[in-house]
Ligand binder design. Structure first.
Ligand SMILES: Cc1cc2nc3c(=O)[nH]c(=O)nc-3n(C[C@H](O)[C@H](O)[C@H](O)COP(=O)(O)OP(=O)(O)OC[C@H]3O[C@@H](n4cnc5c(N)ncnc54)[C@H](O)[C@@H]3O)c2cc1C
Length: 448
């Protein structure tokens, strides 16, 4: 395409070889259907693509791995960042510079030889930049806060097609807005993030069979109120398919999976989780000292792309009533098959960061999610998620942006990911930095 003459990466249009592969990522349901895709090779390609779109009034979407696909876009220009995979670790400064196409696995691997780790999350395959711009609830976040709280500088192409190096000193408003407001304010080409002096965790998973699920839910819920900030955990209630991709002891069962990440020594970790082990026999128990490079085994999420529907709510507490309702909705014996996940938040996440940012719902105690696999056999999914939303009504303090996928990324739900004052300021800054609303094919915040 002549107008993209200076772009080093590929330019792909509908009908071209590779169009479907390029627009489809981890989430395979309903991908973006752009008029044109630019597979950016570097920051200058991103800048050229934004300039092209701005000149023609084409809205811009951006995608790396596709784990967090919002409402799919029809038309517009999609910038794929997945080939921008540079990582530079500075062990002395305890920082890493990560380009927009990097996944957490790479940052973890490059930081580990220096005894350092990033605030990565449950899945090593998730894109590090978007995760961080969306807040980033990590395996050690109760100890160290959101990933966004550790960002030092941001390289971003804004709607005026300028590549800017943004720091809290150079552009305090834009720095604040990008960390939480994400793609609404530009296409980030790279981030400088702080790393933590963590080489090992005491962590892993405790898997209990269906008969213990109600007791695990009650005990875990009460136990989270007693643990120190060094301990971050979550609970998943999940029907495990009876197929060889899953460990034999779990196949065909509806299990409770408690995920543990303790930043501290093993003896203290073992003492802290003793009340969970005392619940009863585990089908599998992998909790032990592990190098941070193995931290993906804590949640052990399947790495294969799939079609899914997810709903989430941030709540101040998980009461006994809420736990009972969730078990009835999707626990063992419930008519619908779906995964319920409850993540323990709080600790350092609830504290104000050293440099303010727009990440919302900091004071939530827990994140409750429901995830359904989509496919020909999946029926009643919309109704199940409507029931989930119904039972969280009046109990939720808001939504968590990073976990708003596809159908859940509606304008109302995006708004609920922020406190009203934060949302108002974001809409005002959107009007300043993107008055033509070029960046609207995302978790959209409209200009004031
Ligand atoms: C299996 C799984 C596990 C997860 N675990 C966690 C977890 O532990 N903690 C947590 O906080 N979140 C978690 N998430 C959510 C995840 O952080 C978000 O979905 C995140 O947006 C994924 O980023 P991505 O690049 O992989 O996905 P993409 O779908 O490629 O990106 C999502 C959106 O981010 C925006 N975006 C992407 N790249 C850029 C860029 N360079 N500049 C500006 N905007 C951009 C775009 O709007 C894009 O649509 C998980 C999601 C999944 C599916």
């Amino acid at each position: 395409m002549s107008t993209f003459g200076t772009v080093r990466g590929a330019v792909i249009e509908p009908g071209d070889h590779g169009y479907d592969a390029e627009r489809t990522g981890f989430q395979t349901a309903d991908p973006h259907r752009p008029d044109v895709i630019v597979v950016a090779a570097d920051a200058e390609d991103v800048r050229t693509a934004v300039e092209h779109a701005a000149a023609r009034g084409l809205p811009v979407a951006v995608q790396n791995t596709g784990h967090g696909l919002p409402l799919p876009a029809a038309g517009g220009l999609l910038i794929s960042t997945r080939e921008m995979t540079g990582v530079r670790v500075d062990p002395r400064a305890r920082t890493a510079y990560i380009e927009a196409g990097v996944r957490w696995a790479r940052v973890v691997a490059d930081a580990a030889p220096h005894g350092l780790a990033p605030l990565s999350g449950s899945s090593p395959g998730v894109g590090a930049v978007s995760y961080t711009l969306g807040g980033g609830i990590g395996l050690m976040s109760r100890r160290y806060g959101f990933a966004a709280d550790h960002v030092r500088s941001i390289d971003v192409v804004t709607a005026d097609a300028r590549l800017r190096h943004v720091t809290p000193e150079s552009d305090p408003d834009l720095f604040w807005a990008l960390l939480g407001g994400r793609a609404n304010f530009g296409v980030v080409t790279g981030l400088e993030i702080g790393l933590l002096p963590v080489a090992e965790l005491y962590g892993g998973g405790l898997y209990f069979d269906a008969d213990l699920v109600p007791e695990v839910t009650t005990t875990w819920r009460e136990w989270t109120e007693t643990v120190p900030d060094e301990l971050t955990s979550s609970l998943a209630l999940m029907p495990v398919p009876d197929v060889p991709a899953f460990p034999e002891p779990l196949r065909g069962r509806h299990v409770a999976h408690v995920r543990i990440a303790y930043v501290g020594d093993a003896a203290e970790g073992e003492r802290l989780i003793a009340p969970l082990r005392a619940i009863g026999p585990r089908l599998i128990d992998t909790v032990d000292t592990m190098p941070y490079t193995d931290s993906g085994l804590i949640h052990n999420e399947p790495p294969v792309p799939m079609a899914y529907r997810a709903s989430n709510a941030a709540v101040p507490e998980v009461t006994g009533d809420l736990a009972r309702d969730l078990l009835e909705l999707a626990g063992p014996g419930a008519p619908d098959r779906a995964i319920v996940e409850i993540r323990h938040l709080g600790g350092a996440m609830a504290k104000p960061p050293a440099v303010p940012n727009a990440v919302g719902n900091r004071e939530a105690g827990y994140l409750v999610g429901l995830l359904s696999k989509l496919g020909p056999d999946a029926t009643g999914v919309d109704e199940l998620h409507a029931r989930f939303d119904g039972l969280l009504e009046g109990r939720a303090s808001g939504r968590v942006l990073n976990f708003l996928f596809g159908a859940a990324a509606t304008p109302d739900q995006v708004r609920a990911a922020y406190e009203p004052e934060t949302y108002r300021r974001l809409t005002e800054l959107k009007a300043r930095y993107d008055p033509a609303n070029l960046f609207r094919l995302n978790h959209h915040i409209p200009p004031a």
